[in-house]
Design a protein around this ligand. Structure first.
Ligand code: UDX
Length: 444
């Protein structure tokens, strides 16, 4: 039997990863990307973002011909039996809800070109109610004689783990309106279901609204864990306690779990902050804003971590920020990616820079994207070099390079031995032994 022909509409981070992984599973994949620069990269088998393992997988399947890319919706409509919508839903310019215009544009453009009995599967993170709207659009715009159906299948992949999370997810969620759509998704994802980490991957079959809400609820819950532990970290500081030991201790309780209890400078990236705000905004539109006011607190605690870090840096310097030399280790919003969207590291570096400090940033992978976002700061080519003549070193993104750095070499180049570990993963004692004033956040 010929492999299922599938398309991935939108080949940014999510789409490129999904397309490569579906080719890996043996499907015949056509990716649709309208940005000419991204399209050119993808056609050469290169990922539009840095992601471990993705370039290699893309290149392999582009070379074999199992994975192709186009900017033509017409070609996609003629080719695909199952179409995945992987478009971005960025925060709207008013700062509140998510902008679903790319998803809507894709449905409007694809629908008139659909052929056969296609299944259109939304993967983007959208405000609840979007899938029902897209289903109506699809019915309206699909040519007569074509039986198209919509399903919603949210994606939970983490940057830096995208390939693994796609091929071995914790669970699959199918928001469907018919048994036929469920059956097609089960068949399509059968290799993923079989690959489950602990036996078969669980599948939750539900309606559109629940499927849409699962994604924003999961991300909001993860964000809540982080802000909760960050709030506790401040209590630890004034009480003389250690938030890392505390998180270890509560994390042993299965009902709590240790993951997402890393206290530090807070969360960033393209998902957690945006989804939190969009969820709260959507709850307001639905008339239940008050019950989700908790999410506003989560966001506020997160924003506070950044200002708090700036103030701690100032306190450690014991002088005004103007003219102080500060080395910032890390620019990406987390290790393993070159993504600097809403990155705490860069936001803090940017604030210090704005307030007159001479900031030098080093990130093993995100130097290029950081420069594009904050062109007026200085950038170094290595962790030690960034610290030359520094009055203070800030560890902001926990790349392994920083944990493994040679403390003696850093000690030789700095002007003053002061270190703030904004991720609570460095061996502070080793730094203190070398004569440094070293502290974390929530552990003095
Ligand atoms: C997140 C969700 O984890 C994923 O399921 C969803 O599909 C997309 O959003 P991602 O944004 O890639 O994934 O990053 P994640 O690993 O969740 O980290 C988010 C932010 O939280 C990062 O800035 C990270 O540094 C921070 N974080 C994470 C903490 O501050 N403490 C922690 O303990 C964990």
């Amino acid at each position: 039997m010929a492999p299922v022909r599938t398309t991935t509409i939108g080949c940014g981070y999510l789409g490129a990863t999904h397309a490569a992984c579906m080719a890996e599973l043996g499907y015949d994949v056509l990716g649709v990307e309208v940005d000419p620069d991204k399209l050119a990269m993808l056609r050469e088998g290169r990922a539009p973002v840095y992601e471990a393992g993705l370039d290699e997988m893309l290149a392999r399947h582009v070379a074999s011909g199992r994975l192709r890319f186009t900017d033509s919706y017409e070609e996609a409509g003629a080719f695909g039996e199952i179409h995945f919508l992987c478009l971005g839903t960025p925060q709207r310019s008013d700062g509140l809800g998510a902008d679903t215009s790319q998803v809507e544009y894709a449905v409007r453009t694809l629908a008139p070109h659909l052929t056969g009995s296609p299944l259109v599967v939304g993967k983007s993170t959208v405000p609840v109610g979007t899938a029902a709207r897209m289903a109506a659009l699809l019915t309206e715009l699909t040519p007569s004689g074509v039986e198209a159906e919509l399903a919603w299948n949210p994606e939970f992949l983490r940057e830096a783990h995208g390939v693994d999370d796609t091929l071995r997810p914790d669970r699959l969620v199918f928001g469907v309106r018919s048994d036929a759509a469920e059956k097609r998704l089960r068949e399509f994802y059968a290799p993923v279901i079989d690959l489950g980490v602990n036996g078969a991957t669980p599948v939750v079959v539900t309606d559109y609204a629940t499927a849409e809400l699962v994604k924003v609820t999961a991300n909001s819950f993860l964000a809540t864990k982080i802000s909760f532990i960050n709030a506790v970290a401040e209590v630890c500081e004034v009480a003389g306690a250690d938030v890392v030991a505390l998180a270890d201790a509560i994390g042993y309780d299965d009902r709590i779990g240790r993951k997402m209890l890393g206290a530090g400078v807070g969360f960033g990236g393209g998902c957690l902050p945006k989804d939190l705000r969009a969820f709260q905004h959507r709850a307001g539109e639905l008339g239940v804003e008050d019950v989700m006011s908790l999410l506003g607190e989560v966001d506020a605690i997160n924003a506070h971590q950044r200002e708090r870090t700036v103030q701690i840096a100032k306190g450690m310097l014991g002088r005004s920020l103007r003219g102080a030399r500060i080395a910032v280790w890390g620019a990406a919003f987390k290790p393993g990616t070159d993504d600097v969207r809403d990155s705490p590291a860069l936001a803090i570096a940017g604030q210090l820079h704005l307030r007159g400090a001479q900031v030098t940033v080093f990130d093993p992978k995100a130097g290029r994207t950081a420069r594009a976002a904050y062109p007026t700061m200085s950038y170094a080519e290595g962790a030690v070099e960034a610290c030359r003549d520094a009055d203070l070193v800030l560890h902001m993104t926990e790349w392994p390079e920083f944990r493994e750095v040679d403390v003696d070499r850093v000690t030789e180049v700095v002007a003053h031995r002061r270190l703030l570990d904004g991720r609570n993963v460095l061996d502070l004692q080793a730094w203190r032994n070398a004569g440094w004033t070293a502290r974390g956040l929530g552990r003095l």
